[in-house]
Ligand binder design. Sequence first.
Ligand SMILES: C[S@@+](CC[C@H](N)C(=O)[O-])C[C@H]1O[C@@H](n2cnc3c(N)ncnc32)[C@H](O)[C@@H]1O
Length: 377
Amino acid sequence: MERLRLPAPTTRRLLIISALTGGVVIVGLVLLSASGTVEWTDAVQLALTTAGLAGLAVAVLLVRRADGKALRIDQRVKRNEAALAQLRDSVRALAVQLKETSAGQQAGVNTVVAALGEDRAELAGQTELLKRQAKALDAQRSTVDAGLAEVKRSIEGVDRAVRDQVVRALRARTEYNQVEAMIDLRAMLQPRAPMPRLRGWAASPDVIRLLVERIAADRPKLVIECGSGSSSIWLGYAIERFGGGRIVALEHEERFARASQDLVAAHGLDSIVEVRHAPLTDWQGQPWYDTTALDDLSDAGLVFVDGPPEQTGPQARYPAVPLLLPHCAPDAWIVLDDTVRADEQQIAERWLREYPELTATSYAAEKGAMLFRRSTS
Ligand SMILES: C[S@@+](CC[C@H](N)C(=O)[O-])C[C@H]1O[C@@H](n2cnc3c(N)ncnc32)[C@H](O)[C@@H]1O
């Protein structure tokens, strides 16, 4: 059987029990005195005694309770003191440790500072050395720069000299080519009167020889020339020498048309060369020879495009192919002069792009020339 366990009597419970006991005794005495069982004086005496005993018990309990409290406080104080002492010891140990660490660190710092001091001194020495070396290098660089400038000047001088020589050689070659072509032309065609000048405003001997070669090879029945002048005379002689064709030279300026006609007459070429005055008129927004001058022309085997002059407008010679091709033989040759100029190069590109029946060969003439061949088959 399980034993009944009463809770441990605390001071508070003992106080309550004492008060209740005292109260019960007093109530009992009052009842006993009221019933006459006990004399009221005895009852009062007993009640006072009981009250006194209860008061004493309460006092004892209060003292005990206060003692308990004091004991607990005392124990807590002691525990706190012990914890404090422990904390103080830890702080002391920490302080000692810190002191040792800082001493170690200080020693380290001292070593580093000392090492740095040595390094600084060494670095200062090296810096000084480097400065001296940089100064020496500067001096050397000035010498090298001066040398390089001298070499550059010499190279430029050599370059200039080589360029001059190349230009002179090319010029000499060009001059030679023109003289050679002129000798050829004179030997081949044997003019009957003084010939008008070539080069400058007129075509150069090399391109005239190219045209004469074509006449000699193909013997065209009709040659159309855009721009009259010296070339008209040389081509007239070529037609006379190699075949029975004729030349129609278009000329936009009346005075030059007359001058060319005079030349033709002076060389006795009137039956071969016809200079037609064809003033410039508008064709699709650009000036070109009046196309009524072309009406009776057909089957031209050779066209020499040497006009209108460039100052008459951009791509001044472009209309030659669109307007003359219908008057040309299916296998006609077209020679465009002055292709060293960008304008003429663009004209050549346009012709080739727009007229697939044409093929072209560049000719290394003094002013540049392009030889186009028409092939309709
Ligand atoms: C590039 S030049 C060449 C003419 C021609 N194909 C020749 O080679 O002699 C073109 C223009 O020069 C002009 N010209 C013709 N005779 C000239 C002369 N004696 N002096 C200056 N210009 C002339 C004409 O207007 C001609 O159309």
